[in-house]
Design a protein around this ligand. Structure first.
Ligand code: FES
Length: 119
């Protein structure tokens, strides 16, 4: 297996149904809060064998009310994602297929039309 194939295997590309991006701050939240959520997400993906790739980001250009979690292919943007909030997002969205509407700040699946929750 060449290096790229190993990388794809390590990322879980062939079985992924979701790709999660998490901004860990430092502008949208304290970096330590972002890191705590990031470490929790990594552990939960492994513990629950979720078909999800994960990528940490240093900025998703919103820069307020983080940590921000974006779930693709749905294009769902969650703000203020604590480890506790991620547990519910995991259960209801990633395993149940239904986004946690009260925490969704925007939905943009890149190719569809933009849908924001009611104010
Ligand atoms: S630092 Fe998190 S969105 Fe910019």
């Amino acid at each position: 297996m060449d290096a790229v194939a190993k990388g794809f295997a390590k990322a879980g590309l062939s079985s992924a149904r979701y790709h999660l991006f998490l901004c860990r701050g430092p502008e949208c939240c304290a970096r330590e809060d972002g890191e705590r959520t990031w470490e929790h997400i990594k552990a939960e993906i492994k513990a629950h064998n979720l078909p999800a790739m994960r990528t940490k980001a240093d900025c998703l250009r919103v820069c307020a009310e983080g940590p921000w979690l974006v779930v693709y292919p749905d294009g769902v943007w969650y703000s203020q994602v604590t480890p506790e909030r991620f547990d519910r997002i995991r259960r209801e969205h990633l395993e149940g297929g239904v986004p946690v509407a009260e925490w969704v700040r925007a939905t943009q699946p890149l190719g569809g039309s933009r849908r924001d929750p009611p104010a």
